[in-house]
Design a protein around this ligand. Structure first.
Ligand SMILES: Cc1cc2nc3c(=O)[nH]c(=O)nc-3n(C[C@H](O)[C@H](O)[C@H](O)COP(=O)(O)OP(=O)(O)OC[C@H]3O[C@@H](n4cnc5c(N)ncnc54)[C@H](O)[C@@H]3O)c2cc1C
Length: 394
């Protein structure tokens, strides 16, 4: 039975990350959103604080004799960081989205080789490149190719909307080794940033998550060593691709946690506005209606948290969680839209204040949670396929 009470180590870790979000992210959040730039000091501060936090977390877990719970800890961290600023949180140095495929698909040698670079004293990032112009939800038609030439793979193709794509040291790039085999031909490759033939194209100007870097990547005869194919040639079956996509079961609850963090920030700011900034003369019946709405939203926040915690906990227990991961992402992704829209509406009257600026930013940030890591429609398909396995849902 899932236990919804945090251990001492988990609580201490969450409080630590919350403090980091409060001190390092909130003060620069609005300015980074406006300029789409992040000061370099932010990267160094976050690297320092997270290394210290990770060491303390490991010590406390060991003292309390807790089993490995990387998904639960990551989920707690994502919610707090997104409460600080979700755009900035994607830019924190580390392997990021490159880590799950390396950990789940890489051999022990590949894991050691590729992840060790993130342990030195410099700043490093990772990225995952799946989406192409015209290929997002349905990757079967992927057009990026990988051809083996002696001891090297030659990658050709075009990816877009890649988070941290222009600054990543390693880009897990999905390409097909045989277009005629659709999904079965798709493999993950590790492409080091700066490899000749890897060209960084446009950096997107976005409505929300503006501090997050979203890049176009072009591969023109980009050569990488043969052993940069994750999962090896023996995985050249549908099962291999499914396993690679299975990393989404770990990352979707994290995206749900990020949505939850922004939704909670907007909710808290609205409650604060109602108690401190409500214009004089606001009628009692309007105030009562707002209180009732906030109470309902509070319940929905708790429901989203339950779905996210359950999916992350299942991932740690190695219990298959595709349905639950999609539910958590779909529910939190819808709720963030609802809460941020309500926050903008409720706080519309009165003076323009910093609270309102934050709320408007979170409203813009919210939309992407309906798009990346699988749109809401795709989550519903995943859930339906798991609920009705005998029905052929395309
Ligand atoms: C800020 C941002 C960051 C991103 N970061 C990354 C990243 O780091 N790496 C990466 O690889 N990608 C990234 N993406 C891309 C993102 O994952 C895709 O945009 C998303 O998967 C949707 O794909 P698409 O844009 O091609 O839209 P499409 O797949 O073309 O979808 C368009 C519409 O059709 C609907 N649709 C599609 N298929 C079906 C179906 N079978 N049934 C019902 N409806 C359907 C969708 O729900 C959507 O409403 C990012 C996107 C954004 C905006």
């Amino acid at each position: 039975m899932i236990n919804m009470t945090l251990s001492k180590a988990q609580e201490a870790f969450r409080d630590y990350v919350h403090q980091v979000a409060l001190e390092e992210m909130r003060p620069i959040s609005l300015e980074c959103d406006r300029t789409e730039q992040i000061p370099k000091s932010f990267f160094w501060n976050m690297q320092k604080r997270f290394r210290a936090g990770a060491a303390a977390q490991a010590r406390m877990q060991a003292q309390e004799g807790e089993a490995q719970q990387e998904n639960v800890f990551s989920m707690l961290s994502q919610e707090e960081l997104a409460w600080g600023d979700a755009g900035l949180s994607t830019a924190i140095p580390g392997p990021g989205l490159a880590a799950p495929p390396i950990l789940s698909q890489g051999s022990p040698e590949q894991q050691a080789k590729f992840l060790s670079i993130y342990a030195d004293d410099r700043l490093h990032w990772g990225a995952l490149a799946l989406t192409e112009p015209g290929i997002g939800s349905d990757v079967a038609g992927m057009s990026t190719t990988a051809v083996l030439d002696g001891d090297e793979w030659i990658i050709n193709g075009h990816k877009h909307y890649i988070t941290n794509g222009a600054r990543a040291d390693l880009i897990i790039t999905f390409a097909t080794v045989d277009k005629s085999r659709g999904r079965e031909g798709i493999r993950p490759f590790v492409v080091p940033g700066g490899t000749p033939g890897l060209i960084v194209g446009r950096i997107e100007e976005k409505m929300g998550l503006r501090a997050s870097q979203t890049a176009e990547l072009i591969f023109e005869n980009c050569r990488i060593p043969k052993d940069h194919l994750l999962a090896g040639r023996e995985r050249s079956t549908k099962a291999g691709f499914k396993a690679a996509m299975g990393t989404l079961d770990a990352t979707r609850p994290m995206v749900g946690a990020i949505a939850l963090g922004i939704a909670r920030a907007a909710y808290e700011a609205t409650c604060q506005w109602v108690s401190e900034e409500l214009p004089i003369g606001f009628s009692a019946y309007k105030r009562r209606a707002i209180d009732e709405e906030l109470e309902e939203l509070r319940q929905e926040l708790e429901m989203a948290r339950f779905l996210v915690w359950r999916a992350a906990w299942m991932a740690d227990q190695r219990i298959p969680n595709s349905k639950e991961a999609s539910m958590s992402k779909a529910y939190a992704g819808g709720l963030i839209m609802k809460i941020t829209a309500a926050a903008v509406r409720i706080t519309a009257p009165g003076e323009h204040s910093e609270t309102k600026q934050f709320i408007q930013k979170w409203f813009r940030d919210a939309k992407v949670f309906d798009i990346f890591e699988g749109t809401a429609q795709i989550q519903r398909l995943v859930i339906a396929r798991r609920m009705f396995p005998k029905v052929n849902i395309p």
